[in-house]
Design a protein around this ligand. Sequence first.
Ligand SMILES: [Zn+2]
Ligand SMILES: [Zn+2]
Length: 183
Amino acid sequence: MRSFEEDLQSAIAYHGHVCSGVVLGVRMARLGLKKLGIEEPHCYRDLIVYLEVDRCLSDAVQTVSGCTLGKRRLKLLDYGKLAATFVDISTNKAVRLAVVAEDLPQEGEDPVAFWQGVADEDIFKVENVLLEIRPEDLPGKPLRRVVCSSCGEAVLDGRELIKNGETLCFSCANTPYYRMMPK
Ligand SMILES: [Zn+2]
Ligand SMILES: [Zn+2]
């Protein structure tokens, strides 16, 4: 198992600076892994992390857990909450951790030193939870590939929608998140 210092250094290197988010993310991931009994996350393929925020903390959770989007082992839920759920899909054990600490380091205070003085119990709420992960959300080869009948682009993993009998991608079935530039 990597030491806290090793995890912290790789998280800082990946994130680009040291901040409370990075320290909390390292602490959160290490505690989540400990609760699941996973000592070598970088060699372990059955760990999935559901992240509830895309902030500094997220980079640290990613580097410590080894879970990335490309491995399909990192799921982003855009809830704006400093929380994450760590799931071992081989045992179905899952633990959700949320930051509940309200005191933060003062401006200019060293976040590493500040958080060193705060116990895990005073930083995190920890809950054992149950998740039902759909087969199409699991790592591995795509279970399905279809072509959107409107834009002609391929849609993987059952993300297509059927509307009036037509197979459509999410953007064509709904309002897309972008607009076309006038030609
Ligand atoms: Zn940061
Ligand atoms: Zn489409």
